[in-house]
Design a protein around this ligand. Structure first.
Ligand code: LLP
Length: 434
């Protein structure tokens, strides 16, 4: 009935998440409010981990891409679930280290890591730094030599695959700011150089072909291209690559028409390709890493808003204004992303209206979505926007000096705040008034 399996309707006709009444949540914690379902997050993690056990004899690691949603509680949860972690900034790494994350399981990404970030990653003893470019490799080599230590790295490779997703979130093709290109020989040169660096340990190769991808074919193709490259490295440089990181990007259901592949099919197809290639090319089976972000966080989350005003413009459209908007969910403004919405206090009623949901920012493009199907919505209703667990809180802003909402986790009939709602004092915290 709903795009995410953890949502239902109770006897009052209210939307529930993880069996908890969303109207109660809105009353207790206020709106706008991010709500995340811990049980679903754990279930998805288990699903990914099981798929590695089933199809690849457990020889791999699922690293949650914390850019999708990060806070202390989420990092602790991922750590307790035995997950690895993909971090892409010193801030994400700091959050993980604050909960005592096993640094060996952390991969540090980024196309322009600062010296401060590299130093912190090294001090924290992160297991792998995903090196993006030659300047970074040289800098790391220098740091490692100065400190007389060895640094474990992966090289980020562009496998040149068009995963047919939204142009802004496509990162695997040659025209991308991320990684070393295969076609130009740049990737091979980087591998050669990395092997020569005495204090650098080249553990593996990494690629990430995009995000919100439904089809498993591009992943199959990426695995195949990467395996060919691993064979070339073995044959021409006599160096065996131990690890292959195929990134994240597994699509989820935002709206009814979205048809994502079941999550375990990714490991199923990837494993098949890798095993076949290993036999064909006579190379050893690499340790596999995957980095799902959206597929773990998005379906587990919803955002609750209160309707403050409705403007019916005859023959044009009906604007429904809510108490949040592009501050807490910039994805429509950025990518025209589609979402499903429900009037949480009328969840059992048919959707008979089409409305445009607008935020409260001083910006015409501040919309949650246009022409969205919804119940007969009235001022004072609570609206739930579904599948907002990824890239909403993590991309939120204080534009117009609007405070960020709280994040509440629900689990086994309990709801608790994991990120406090920002206050007006938070808004002026760093201001200096001289
Ligand atoms: N690994 C790497 C190296 C990545 O760059 C990303 C996402 C992931 C893993 C996780 O991908 P996921 O499984 O979440 O698709 N802000 C955009 C998404 C940007 C994704 C960037 N990289 C959005 O809101 O759709």
């Amino acid at each position: 009935m709903f795009v995410s399996e953890n949502l239902s309707i109770n006897e009052k006709g209210h939307l529930t998440i993880g069996k908890i009444d969303t109207i109660e949540l809105a009353k207790d914690f206020g709106t706008p409010l991010y709500v995340m379902d811990e049980a679903l997050i754990k279930k998805t993690c288990k699903n990914f981990k099981d798929s590695i056990d089933r199809y690849y004899d457990g020889k791999g690691l699922v690293c949650y891409a914390s850019k999708a949603f990060s806070c202390l509680y989420m990092c602790r949860l991922m750590s307790l679930e035995g997950m690895g972690l993909d971090v892409v900034s010193i801030g994400e790494l700091y959050t993980a280290m604050k909960v005592g994350y096993d640094a060996e399981k952390i991969i540090f990404h980024g196309n322009n890591k600062t010296d401060e970030e590299l130093e912190y990653a090294i001090e924290s003893k992160v297991g792998r730094i995903a090196v993006d470019n030659i300047y970074e490799l040289e800098r790391l080599d220098r740091i490692a030599r100065d400190k007389d230590i060895s640094i474990g790295i992966m090289l980020r490779i562009k496998p040149g695959i068009d995963a047919h997703t939204h142009e802004f979130i496509r990162t695997g093709q040659i025209d991308s700011k991320f990684g070393f290109a295969l076609e130009t020989g740049e990737a091979f040169e980087a591998v050669t150089k990395a092997i020569e660096c005495k204090n650098i340990e080249l553990k593996g190769l990494h690629c990430h072909i995009g995000s919100q991808i439904f089809d498993v074919k591009p992943f199959e193709l990426a695995a195949s291209v990467m395996m060919d490259f691993i064979a070339k490295i073995k044959n021409e440089l006599n160096y065996e690559i131990d690890e292959l990181n195929l990134g994240g990007g597994f699509g989820i259901k935002y709206v009814e028409n979205d048809k994502p592949s079941p999550l375990d099919t990714y490991m199923e197809v990837i494993s098949k390709v890798i095993k076949t290639k290993c036999n064909e090319l006579n190379i050893k089976q690499p340790f596999i890493i995957i980095e799902p972000g959206r597929s773990i966080a998005a379906p587990a989350g919803i955002t609750l808003y209160t309707v403050g005003g409705i403007k019916d413009i005859p023959n044009i459209r009906t604007y429904v204004s809510v108490d949040g908007g592009m501050n807490d969910n910039p994805r429509y403004a950025l990518y025209q992303s589609k979402y499903d919405v429900v009037v949480a206090n009328k969840a059992g009623v048919d959707k008979t209206k089409k409305v445009t949901i607008a935020g409260k920012c001083c910006e015409s493009g501040d919309l949650i979505g246009e022409d969205m199907e919804i119940q007969d919505v009235e001022v004072g209703d609570t609206i739930a926007v579904l599948a907002t667990g990824a890239y909403n809180y993590s991309m939120s802003s204080n534009y117009n000096r609007i405070a960020k909402p709280a994040v509440v986790f629900v689990n086994e009939n309990r709801a608790h705040v994991v990120v406090k709602r920002e206050t007006l004092d938070d808004i002026i915290r760093n201001d200096i008034d001289v």
